[in-house]
Design a protein around this ligand. Structure first.
Ligand code: HEM
Length: 418
């Protein structure tokens, strides 16, 4: 089916023309109209059916036999020949560690990863997380004003994750830059020329993951890759390149998204001042606040699936092979599921039903860690700077891409005590 005939097949072209898949600045009013009037529509620019209602998205996540995740990491804008050559010549063979793998391989690998990736490991590094958070805050505490995104959120989750993975602090900046390259090549809108330096970064990134596995095989350590290599040596059915693939997944998914949660979440809490005051007065409200930030202002706004057979979603024909963009940022505001869905309320009891971490067999394996990191951050900030506020006269903008709602900056202020 061609793009044009797909657009005709789903009726109105109004929604598809109005939809800018790469603009995540303030899409919520558009999502609300889509949920009410056209909850599934085709967008030719990215060649995806866009799905905006909660129940449809949850059902698609659940039905992995029909809706596969194998397109989850495919570049939305295909790589140019020169970028592909850079990657092929450089020996880049990674594609996805987990999120775009499908059963039975996915089931086999996920089981092994989960066995060494539970709360036990996360809790064990809780003191390190507290230390990393305090140290980062100490650096700007006396200044009275900071770009919280650049000076805190960008690096803190990477330092935490690298503790878990056993990567030295000196590599943080480098790995962060590879993660940006991965995001822009996969979900962004780069021109052919712009793709080249990012393709080179991907080669370095993949080499780094493979070298990390080799290092642990030579010298086992007590960290996540060390655990995976140990399990492999004890007979677990996972290859060295599959372990490198898991690291390739985690060295991206394990920090960028938490960085964004911290940026978006703190902004929401300061914009809704009553919520911030509530946290300062009663830290037990932080758990609910974290869930509400994830629901209301998700780090990942949309994720992808592909249909393995002709089917229908909300009465719209979806042909075999079609791509679907599942807009969790819309699902999370669906009033069929959430009471007063457009109201930010850290005391609501239904926030945890949000779909920000996906759902079903691929549901995020790092969700407890990211929630713990953000909760510790809020605990520390609210204790040290109860008068924290947004700097006046700033507009909030977000990096252009289809999935990650990444703020460009978050300027905050507080009074410095003599
Ligand atoms: C706010 C933070 C985070 C968000 C919003 C987030 C979101 C997601 C989403 C939407 C998926 C895909 C789910 C699906 O396809 O159904 C996913 C999968 C995944 N996430 Fe996260 N994530 C976060 C933090 C983390 C962290 C901290 C880690 C690791 C330390 C992590 C590791 C992974 C991995 C390995 C997968 C693939 C799981 C699979 O395919 O079985 N994520 N995450």
């Amino acid at each position: 089916m061609t793009s044009a005939s797909m657009a005709t097949a789903v009726g109105s072209v109004g929604f598809t023309q109005e939809f800018d898949p790469f603009d995540l600045t303030d899409p919520f009013e558009f999502y609300a109209r889509s949920r009410a009037e056209e909850p599934v529509f085709y967008n030719a620019e990215i060649d995806h059916f866009v799905v905006t209602r909660y129940d449809d998205i949850k059902a698609i996540f659940t039905n992995w036999n029909l809706f596969s995740s194998e397109n989850a990491q495919q570049p939305l804008r295909p790589l140019c020949a020169a970028a592909k050559k850079v990657m092929t010549d450089g020996g880049f063979t990674a594609y996805s560690g987990m999120s775009a793998r499908v059963p039975p391989d996915h089931t086999r690998i996920r089981k092994i990863v989960q066995s060494c990736f539970g709360m036990r490991r996360f809790k064990a590094i809780e003191p390190d997380i507290r230390q990393i958070v305090e140290t980062a805050i100490d650096r700007f505490a006396k200044s009275g004003a900071v770009d919280f995104y650049a000076e805190f959120a960008r690096d803190v989750p990477a330092f935490v994750l690298f503790k878990l993975v056993g990567v030295p602090d000196k590599d943080v900046t480098m790995v962060k830059s590879w993660a940006v390259s991965r995001a822009l090549l996969t979900w962004g809108t780069l021109t052919d020329d712009e793709q080249i330096p990012h393709a080179k970064n991907m080669v370095q990134y993949w080499d780094y993951c493979r070298a990390l596995v080799q290092k642990r095989q030579d010298n086992p350590t007590d960290d996540l890759p060390g655990d995976l290599v140990r399990l492999q040596s004890e007979g677990a059915d996972i290859s060295g390149d599959e372990i490198a693939g898991v690291l390739y997944s985690i060295l991206f998914a394990g920090h960028e998204t938490t960085t964004t949660l911290m940026g978006n979440g703190l902004r929401e809490l300061l914009e809704h001042r009553d919520s911030w005051n509530m946290i300062c007065e009663d830290p037990s409200t932080i758990t609910g606040a974290v869930d509400e930030c994830l629901r209301f202002s998700p780090s990942i706004a949309a994720w992808r699936r592909t249909a393995l057979a002709d089917t229908q979603v909300a009465g719209i024909d979806i042909p075999k092979g079609a791509n679907l963009l599942l807009v969790m940022a819309s699902a999370n505001r669906d009033s069929a599921v959430f009471k007063d869905a457009d109201i930010f309320d850290i005391k609501r009891t239904d926030a945890r039903k949000h779909l920000t971490f996906g759902y079903g067999i691929h549901a995020c394996v790092g969700q407890q860690l990211s929630k713990m990191e953000f909760a510790i951050t809020l605990e520390t900030l609210s204790k040290r700077f109860p008068d924290l506020r947004l700097a006046p006269n700033q507009t909030f903008s977000f990096i252009r891409n289809s999935s990650f709602r990444v703020p460009v900056a978050l300027n905050v202020e507080w009074d410095v005590k003599a």
